[in-house]
Design a protein around this ligand. Structure first.
Ligand SMILES: NC(=O)c1ccc[n+]([C@@H]2O[C@H](COP(=O)([O-])OP(=O)(O)OC[C@H]3O[C@@H](n4cnc5c(N)ncnc54)[C@H](OP(=O)(O)O)[C@@H]3O)[C@@H](O)[C@H]2O)c1
Length: 271
């Protein structure tokens, strides 16, 4: 597929649309004329964005309030999506925890696995049969450069993102020639509410991490998906991080993490 994402009567579904990258994916899709289904927990945020997008672009925008960490609540969304003509799925919702696992809140860690990995998997499995039957569809999975190597003190997060990265890459290969594409969006650090939610807001002061904006990252993802790209890593620094995580020996990666990343992460967490 190249040029345009499946639109027309089809819906574009964006999870995690109440803030950050998801909000900007929704803006980008609305500007391209897609009918939108916005998913997250914060209803007021979603409604405000829906009003803004309807006023700006005149298209259909609907809101579905759903806690993706709740299997029961998620089942209603899955049932609805299975019946809808979904042209684009942006499986984007996610969050990080940070700190030694021994000190972590176990229920929050489980929720992280559920939202970042299980729900993502669930939603892709839900929309895929319809897309394949129509021979038309685009899936965008938000993984992370953090999924390219294990990150101590973000063990659960990096493991969930390794799942997202690997899942999306494998699916993209399976889908060759089907008319359906899967694009992995693997950003490096992005200015969103992500650090505040993860309790590491102080990290944003470190310019070394080469922070990108959410509009930049979302636009790169949509352009990549339009071209049927299998991976989008926005920015030179993020590309370097992903490459280092994949290609360097584990010992070298851990040394780099221990000397450059982990002390800053620790200071941000304890600030
Ligand atoms: N920011 C970065 O540096 C960075 C880097 C690489 C990858 N990413 C990934 O990018 C994605 C988007 O994150 P972001 O940076 O845009 O952070 P963000 O501004 O905090 O947005 C996260 C979104 O996920 C939604 N979400 C979280 N838990 C949810 C749940 N239980 N049910 C439904 N929705 C939930 C949030 O909505 P509600 O709170 O309203 O539910 C929000 O819309 C995530 O998958 C993240 O891992 C971020």
């Amino acid at each position: 597929m190249s040029g345009r994402l499946p639109g027309g009567t089809a819906w574009a579904v964006v999870t995690g649309a109440s803030s950050g990258i998801g909000e900007e994916l929704a803006r980008g899709l609305a500007a391209r004329g897609h009918a939108l289904l916005l998913v997250a927990r914060r209803a007021a945020r979603l409604e405000k964005l829906a009003d803004e997008l309807r006023a700006a672009h005149g298209g259909k925008v609907e809101v579905r309030v759903c806690d993706l960490g709740d299997r029961v609540g998620r089942a209603d969304l899955r049932a609805e999506l299975a019946e809808l003509e979904v042209g684009v799925l942006c499986a984007n919702a996610g969050f990080t925890t940070c700190g030694p696992l021994s000190e972590a809140d176990a229920s929050r860690e489980r929720e992280e696995v559920e939202v970042n990995a299980v729900a993502l998997h669930d939603l892709v499995l839900t929309v895929l049969p319809g897309m394949l039957a129509r021979r038309r569809g685009a899936i965008v999975v938000t993984g992370s450069t953090a999924g390219e190597q294990p990150v101590p003190t973000a063990a659960t997060y990096s493991a969930t993102k390794a799942f997202a990265n690997t899942f999306a890459a494998a699916l993209a290969q399976e889908l060759r020639g089907t008319g359906v594409t899967c694009t992995l969006l693997a950003p490096g650090p992005v200015h969103t509410e992500f650090t505040a939610v993860g309790g590491i807001e102080g990290l944003e002061a470190h310019r070394w991490f080469a922070w990108k904006s959410a509009p930049f990252v979302a636009e790169a993802a949509l352009r990549g998906a339009e071209r049927g790209r299998r991976v989008v890593v926005p920015g030179v620094m993020a590309k370097g991080q992903a490459l280092a995580g994949r290609q360097l020996p584990r010992g070298a990666v851990f040394l780099l993490l221990r000397t450059v990343v982990l002390p800053r992460l620790r200071r941000a967490r304890l600030a």
